[in-house]
Design a protein around this ligand. Structure first.
Ligand SMILES: Cc1cc2nc3c(=O)[nH]c(=O)nc-3n(C[C@H](O)[C@H](O)[C@H](O)COP(=O)(O)OP(=O)(O)OC[C@H]3O[C@@H](n4cnc5c(N)ncnc54)[C@H](O)[C@@H]3O)c2cc1C
Length: 464
């Protein structure tokens, strides 16, 4: 087979239909969101591919397990419905998405304080303003941040000067109390970064997406997202339990020693593994997380909201009851409690479980002691550390060699999905195939609505 054709050509209709050829044109390493989205784009253009996946299933970090009638996502994750790439590629209705209530419950000085989103729950405005979580000016600054983000495109946002999230929050004038009690656990929980050293651009993207859409769970668990994306891939095009040992221009070598050739190779493995496969000589650091699931007879919460640790002792940063959002997450009469610990405070599982239990007992009383531990997930590489954020790294490394994944964009569903599509588009360009738009009908129209979020235009004295 020849490589790049000199001119851009349209894909013949019968080739588009065929989807997969007996010998793949492209080998994709990894069946996470990036690898799958790369494959979908190639398939749409009639380019044959095979995905080589080391593990026993698709989805990468986005997988769910079933245990005793519960759905356990491999780490607490939500789909932010405003992600442009998710809006374009997913069918939200088919996923049966249901949202968390916007806002949070904050554990603060021995009490639970409810802070809601006044743009969606105007009745709670006064309660919010005078809540001890931050000053009135902090609430205004929060409103102002939301307003500013509503008026800036993602592209412009990524052009903003880069600093740490903590620095960006300070520059916006948030008080230390507001940062410690609300912003740190909220944003730290989203970026899996308890110290807020993550990229300020990443924080702004996450906050923009959070305020412009919902944080939602699919009915069948978070793993339903890659399952939906992969459902129309040709049968046999994903080869599970196949670990790639090394990858180079137009060739990969499997752990078994077998060498496979193709017109192009796309490495869609997670950052540290991509660095190893491609021999970059440096690694990509990881943000780690542990998630503990408990089964309870009574729900500790009344509402489908996130509970944040606003500075109280204990390792858990946030907690929720997923079946208050999606009843399918737990069998009837039981409640699923999901608690997330950021970082890697200890390698001793027993110690971690005990300290989380102590914290939960302090928060919810003796009843928490009776909660049955369902499972502990330890996720060493949950997010890549990307600082400064270079959100659109070129996917083409060389002729016939491409790389995609969240470490090439932003650590998120959005970043992984978009990066996979862009890698495929760059590859199509090399193959001389004109990129076709994905769909003439915009999907998920109900979720494309813009939400009101403008703060009062009055001038406010910025001093605390
Ligand atoms: C606990 C947790 C919470 C998160 N929360 C959110 C959230 O709320 N919202 C959000 O947007 N994002 C969240 N994320 C981030 C998001 O899940 C990731 O950014 C995204 O899934 C990354 O997709 P990917 O395809 O780039 O990589 P991965 O999902 O890591 O896929 C890489 C694939 O490559 C395979 N592979 C690796 N090496 C090899 C090899 N040598 N040979 C063959 N196959 C190989 C792996 O098995 C894997 O399947 C969270 C992540 C975690 C872990």
């Amino acid at each position: 087979m020849e490589t790049a054709a000199a001119t851009t050509t349209r894909v013949p209709a019968e080739r588009r239909k065929r989807g997969r050829m007996s010998e793949p044109d492209v080998l994709i390493v990894g069946a996470g969101l990036a690898g799958i989205c790369c494959a979908r784009t190639l398939q749409r253009h009639g380019v044959g591919f095979r995905i080589l996946e080391a593990s026993d299933g698709i989805g990468g970090r986005v997988r769910s397990d079933r245990q005793d009638g519960f759905i356990l996502d491999r780490g607490f994750q939500v789909l932010l419905t405003a992600y442009p790439e998710a809006l374009d590629q997913l069918d939200y209705e088919a996923l049966g998405l249901r949202p968390f209530l916007a806002g949070a419950i904050i554990r603060y000085h021995g009490h639970f304080l409810r802070l809601s989103d006044p743009a969606r729950e105007p009745g709670a405005m006064l309660n919010n303003l005078f809540s001890p979580v931050g000053s009135v000016l902090d609430k205004y600054r929060l409103w102002r941040l939301r307003y500013d983000l509503a008026h800036v495109s993602i592209e412009d946002l990524f052009e903003a000067p880069e600093t740490t999230t903590l620095q960006a929050l300070r520059q916006r004038g948030f008080s230390a109390r507001m940062i410690e009690t609300f912003l740190k656990p909220l944003i730290g929980g989203m970026l899996l970064d308890s110290k807020l050293t993550a990229s300020s651009r990443l924080f702004l993207l996450a906050f923009k997406m959070l305020t412009e859409g919902d944080a939602a769970l699919p009915a069948e668990g978070i793993g339903a997202i890659p399952a939906q994306l992969a459902k129309d891939l040709p049968e046999g095009s994903v080869q599970l339990n196949t670990r790639v040992r090394s990858a180079g221009r137009r060739e990969v070598v499997l752990e078994s020693g077998e060498a496979l050739a193709a017109r192009a190779v796309v490495v869609a493995a997670e950052g540290p593994e991509a660095a190893r496969l491609l021999g970059w000589g440096h690694t990509i650091n990881s943000r780690s997380v542990s998630v503990l699931y408990f089964a309870a007879k009574e729900s500790p919460l009344a509402e489908p909201m996130l509970v944040l640790n606003g500075g109280s002792r204990g390792p858990a940063n946030h907690l929720c009851v997923p079946n208050l959002v999606q009843p399918s997450y737990a069998p009837p009469g039981e409640w699923l409690v999901s608690t997330t610990v950021l970082g890697w405070p200890t390698s001793d599982d027993k110690l971690l479980i005990n300290t989380v239990r102590v914290q939960l007992r302090r928060w919810y009383g003796l009843v928490a002691q009776e909660w049955r531990l369902l499972r502990l997930y330890r996720i060493q590489h949950a997010h890549p550390v990307v600082y400064p954020l270079d959100w659109q790294q070129a996917p083409r490394l060389d002729a016939g060699l491409y790389c995609c994944g969240d470490h090439r964009a932003t650590p998120s569903f959005q970043g992984a999905m978009e990066s996979g599509r862009l890698a495929a588009e760059a590859l199509l360009d090399e193959l001389g195939i004109e990129v076709q738009p994905s769909s003439s009908e915009p999907a998920n129209s109900a979720h494309r609505r813009s939400r009101p979020g403008a703060p009062p235009e009055a001038e406010v004295d910025d001093d605390d």
